[in-house]
Design a binder for this molecule. Structure first.
Ligand SMILES: CC(C)(COP(=O)(O)OP(=O)(O)OC[C@H]1O[C@@H](n2cnc3c(N)ncnc32)[C@H](O)[C@@H]1OP(=O)(O)O)[C@@H](O)C(=O)NCCC(=O)NCCS
Length: 299
């Protein structure tokens, strides 16, 4: 175990740390959102209870699949920061990373990231979704990642603009091999065990036709939060099918759209959604996956 100061330890995360880590994450991102607040955007407020419990479930999943990738900074017995990461088929992914506001900028983040990166030693490829925090971006570039700007598509969906979508169906556990094949083709590594936690939280849509195959996990308001496809057409069909279930009164947000995924921007324009820039996709030794929308933490 590495040390940072006399009373500071970087140690493996335990199940009992997960709640404290979720609170640090919620506070750190709230503080970051307020710092980088865009005019006209509503203040996001603290993370709602359902998202907090989904965060904890995903982190417990990673503690099971990748105990060597999950670390905390412990000062005098209190957890003040953490980094969680995973390895899937020789790709390292940083899932989540935060230090308590007030203790940032003192080197804890560097020590945590170094510990998590050790879990991925031997993996050439790596990916992570980066916030716009200059402190985080500095750490990622120094760790060998290249930053690609991402877009956020947002607004309410006018039902009159929805096209008729055919050949998209609900996914089942029997589609797992297809999903893994699509991931290998687009991002170079399957999600494997992550499908279990994703399927518990989200609705799975699948299309599998000679003209194109793909899958999307969509959230309660119909926005895809992870999508992989063999063609832009298949990716668009899946997205339209998801949006058809959205509540016309509730804005949808489709995040993590990189430049290589301009099919999603074309769709947003057709659906009259607004396009903004938002965060970065950080990649190491790999191309931008496409047609692909990465999951926020499981990528
Ligand atoms: C990202 C985060 C985990 C890093 O932890 P940390 O303890 O602040 O990290 P460190 O102190 O080791 O490193 C911060 C680096 O940013 C530098 N830094 C501080 N303010 C900066 C600024 N405004 N612009 C550029 N660099 C800055 C520091 O000098 C330090 O670099 P150095 O060690 O090479 O001198 C933490 O800042 C955080 O929780 N941020 C909010 C949540 C977040 O964005 N998480 C990442 C999600 S992708």
């Amino acid at each position: 175990m590495s040390t940072h100061g006399p009373d500071t330890r970087i140690r493996p995360m335990r199940d009992a740390d997960v709640e404290a880590c979720e609170q640090i994450s919620s506070r750190a991102f709230l503080e970051l959102d307020r710092r980088t607040f865009q005019r006209g955007w509503p203040d996001p407020g603290p993370r709602p209870a359902d998202r907090a419990s989904a965060w904890q479930a995903r982190t417990r999943h990673l503690l099971t699949t990748d105990p060597g990738g999950c670390w905390v900074a412990d000062v005098d017995g209190e957890v003040v920061g953490f980094a969680t990461s995973l390895v899937r088929e020789l790709m390292w992914v940083l899932a989540s990373y935060a230090v308590r506001p007030g203790l940032q900028g003192q080197g804890l983040g560097r020590a945590l990231l170094d510990a998590a990166l050790q879990h991925g030693r031997g993996c050439l490829r790596g990916m992570l979704n980066a916030s716009a925090d200059p402190q985080a971006l500095r750490r990622y570039v120094l760790a060998g990642f290249r930053l690609q700007p991402q877009m956020l598509l947002h607004g309410t969906v006018d039902r009159a603009l929805l096209p008729v979508v055919r050949h998209v169906r609900a996914g089942t556990p029997g589609d797992r091999d297809l999903l893994d094949s699509l991931d290998r083709r687009t991002r170079g590594a399957a999600h494997g065990p992550d499908h279990e936690v994703l399927a518990r939280e989200l609705r799975l849509l699948v299309t599998d036709r000679p003209a194109g195959s793909g899958y999307a996990y969509v959230n309660a308001n119909g926005a895809p939060v992870l999508l992989a496809a063999t063609s832009r057409k298949a990716a668009s069909l899946l997205t339209w099918e998801g949006l058809a279930a959205s509540d016309p009164a509730v804005p949808v947000e489709i995040g993590h759209v990189s430049a290589a995924n301009d099919w999603a921007v074309d769709l947003a324009v057709e659906a009259r959604l607004a396009v903004s820039s938002w965060g970065f996709l950080a990649l190491r030794r790999m191309k931008e996956p496409a047609p692909y929308l990465p999951h926020a933490t499981l990528l």
